[in-house]
Design a protein around this ligand. Sequence first.
Ligand SMILES: [Zn+2]
Length: 351
Amino acid sequence: MAGAPEAAGGAGGEASALMRPRMLPWILLLASMCAGSSCDHAKDAAPSAAAPAAASPEAAAPALNLPPDTGPPPAIDANRAWQYVKEVVKFGERPIGSANHKKLEAYILAHLKGDEVESDSFTADTVAGKFPVDNIIAKYPGTKDGIIVIAGHYETNLPLLGTGYVGANDGGSTTAILLELANQLRGKKRDGYSVWLVWTDAEEAVRKWTDTDSLYGTKHLAARWQQDGTAQKIKAFLLTDMIGDANLNIDRDANSTPWLENVIYEAATRLGYQSHFFAREIGVEDDHKPFLKIGVPCADIIDLNYGYDNVFHHTPQDTIDKLSPKSLEIAGVVVLETVRILDRMDPLPPK
Ligand SMILES: [Zn+2]
């Protein structure tokens, strides 16, 4: 994992006025606790060294040319999204290569009937053998030249197979929120960039998280999109992960693109949900990494404190009773508001 980005200048200026980090002492304590053994198991992320406020990455972000806050705020049907989580969890364990995974693929595709859908299917050669992997892409065209990607993984961890692990938050919440975003995007004329929803596959390690053993699906998709020129057209890659926690605290990810994180914070603030965002800063390894590597602006919208000291993460305790429809709603509308702001930001910061 990467550490906190370098500082560029002091804490003053417009960008830091936009994004007010609250690096409270207890957060620093939490980060140092997590750096120890309690967070080492099966982790796809770990806190970076806590940066002093003056070195916060928003200081490195260019000033944003934000559009005025006008028009009705976006909405989603949180109850419908909640129903999706229930149905996804009912499939049970659904790691790559399993029959349940196949059923879930069919379930996602059935909800996208009539949409422009593409599959990025291949065989991943992993440290635990060969597995079929299938990234599912649904495209909603816009009037502006460029693409905004909203992504989240849908499979559950192979190493947890047999433990009863259903990944309600890790895998389930993102599968569901993307299905509901599809409902919101479907059949509407988009006066903005094209939006592509991507249910990513094989995000999780098949044994233990390393650079090699992780992100099989997005590594493949990033390479494909770099080759065919799609990557150049992507204005922003918005990743969602573990956004269903009833106690929703989205972390600021030090590995994400600072200006895009600032747009997310602006979107959250416009909707009155800023208290759920960025109280803590950590460096996260996740499905955005392969796209960051090829120069795509990326932001990981993730709450990596799931239960006290992240105790439910990657355990059979990741069940739906820890989640809430309100958290799905907050994540969903903040993503849509972020898209709405990006659509009208002219120009976007240079890549
Ligand atoms: Zn996970």
